[in-house]
Design a protein around this ligand. Structure first.
Ligand code: NAD
Length: 421
């Protein structure tokens, strides 16, 4: 992996930058630059042709000063230890920013899940949990789904862990199906959290959200529910949407039901009637009030950040704005709400699932959304307060830097109080 693209180096540089602005204690900084524990696992799986194949997997516990590790498990052919380390650092900041009682962790297996049949996938998932053994647990480190893993895989993993400990331990993993005590509201929790942040940001900007024109990049789990919820909750107008095949635009607004039907029947959205075809690049530069990147990373770059016309960028995807572009948006006065705040709804509802599993008492979806709103709105206000406090001291910082400062300082404070430095 090229040095400049190494995600772990990037995560360390982001920490270094925040540490400098906030004047982080040197000892805290030294601890926070490296993960606490890295496990590398070799997992044998009996394949359908009778051979045995050994897959390599990882689980990294980055920091657990504020509580057990929390973070997803990815299945990907190009998974690497540096990606998992970086993602575990980012989870540490995300849980801290949301102020939920977790640290950060992440896992992954180098594999191509599309080449595995169901029984191979189940064997691999169970083997991963056997290899980890007591390195995970509801009080140690709690995995969840991520790229190419899903609720069914979480159910197998929970079942395998329960066999190891000798009793049902539903709280070892979140993102489970409802019938094995997943949480109501988990499926659209990321988009719902993003909508609450959008509402608060609009208030702060004096923007009338009911009249806002929204452009969304991506029509998957994050983008699709963001579309549905923006129209349902606020009556906002979604004027543009895209998927990997391209996008569509209509000044009068697009119809959600028609789009869902198209996606189901044709697998794409470009044949939508009465809309103009646009590219993914054009979507980012549209004359909309709010731009929601909800697809993949590195979409707003130094090349196009000058052309963004939206007044607010709501980062529902992970890493859609490059560091160079981040600086340009900041200098242009565009309200750029950072990813680890905007998309924290998923991990917050994962936290609710774990709480419900500990209590053996289950909440209705309204209750889940109400509590999510409370936590993420507080998180937004905490970030704005940090930004305002720095401005009052004559130091203008972006929302992302403010979020970093808040998250890192909470982890550093917990380590200090526990006597780690
Ligand atoms: P998904 O796979 O369900 O959907 C991704 C969407 O992006 C699809 O519509 C796909 O067609 C589109 N896409 C792919 N390549 C594209 C391209 N080059 N240009 C435009 N669109 C493209 O994924 P998701 O779960 O919706 O995740 C989207 C983003 O949100 C990711 O960055 C993910 O890390 C982040 N996120 C998701 C969740 C969640 O709960 N789903 C939680 C936190 C963060």
């Amino acid at each position: 992996m090229a040095e400049e693209l190494n995600p772990f180096k990037i995560s360390q540089e982001q920490l270094d930058k925040a540490a400098e602005v906030m004047g982080l204690d040197k000892n805290a900084h030294t601890i926070l630059r490296e993960p606490k524990r890295i496990a590398t696992l070799n997992i044998p799986v009996k394949m359908r042709d009778g051979s045995t194949k050994v897959f390599t997997g990882f689980r990294v516990l980055y920091n657990d000063a504020r509580g057990p590790g929390k973070g997803g498990i990815r299945y990907h052919p190009s998974e690497s230890i540096d990606t998992v380390k970086a993602l575990s650092a980012w989870m540490t900041w995300k849980t801290s920013l949301a102020n939920i009682p977790y640290g950060g962790a992440k896992g992954g297996i180098i594999c191509n899940p599309k080449e595995l049949n169901e029984s191979e996938l189940e064997s691999l998932s169970r083997g991963y949990i056997r290899a980890l053994g007591r390195l995970i647990g509801p009080k140690v480190d709690i995995p969840a789904p991520d790229v190419y893993t899903n609720p069914q895989i979480m159910a197998w993993m929970m079942d395998e862990y329960s066999k190891i400990v000798g009793y049902d331990e539903f709280g070892v993993i979140t993102g489970k199906p409802i019938e094995v005590w997943g949480s109501e509201g988990r499926f659209d929790s990321t988009a719902m959290g993003g909508m609450y942040v959008m509402r608060e940001a609009a208030k702060r900007m004096n923007m009338d959200i009911t009249k806002a024109k929204i452009a969304i990049q991506g029509f998957g789990n994050a983008g699709k529910f963001a579309f549905e919820l923006a129209t349902k909750l606020f009556n906002s107008k979604v004027v543009a949407i895209s998927d990997s095949s391209g996008g569509i635009y209509s000044e009068d607004g697009l119809d959600y039901d028609q789009l869902v039907k198209l996606k189901e029947t044709k697998g794409e959205i470009s044949s939508y009637e009465k809309a103009e075809k646009i590219t993914n690049q054009q979507l980012l530069e549209l004359d909309a009030d709010i731009l929601i990147p909800a697809a993949i990373e590195n979409q707003i770059t130094a090349e196009n950040a000058d052309k963004v016309k939206a007044k607010m960028v709501l980062e529902l995807a992970n890493g859609p704005v490059t560091p160079d572009a981040d600086q340009i948006l900041f200098e242009r006065g565009i309200f750029d709400a950072p990813d680890f705040l905007v998309n924290s709804g998923g991990v917050i509802v994962s936290y609710f699932e774990w709480v419900q599993n500990q209590e053996h008492y289950y909440w209705e979806s309204d209750d889940v959304y109400k509590r999510l709103d409370k936590i993420i709105t507080k998180s937004f206000n905490d970030v704005m307060k940090t930004k305002d406090d720095y401005a009052a001291k004559g130091k203008k910082i972006s929302m992302r830097t403010a979020a970093y400062i808040l998250a890192v300082s909470r982890v550093a404070q917990a380590m200090k109080t526990r006597g780690w430095y």
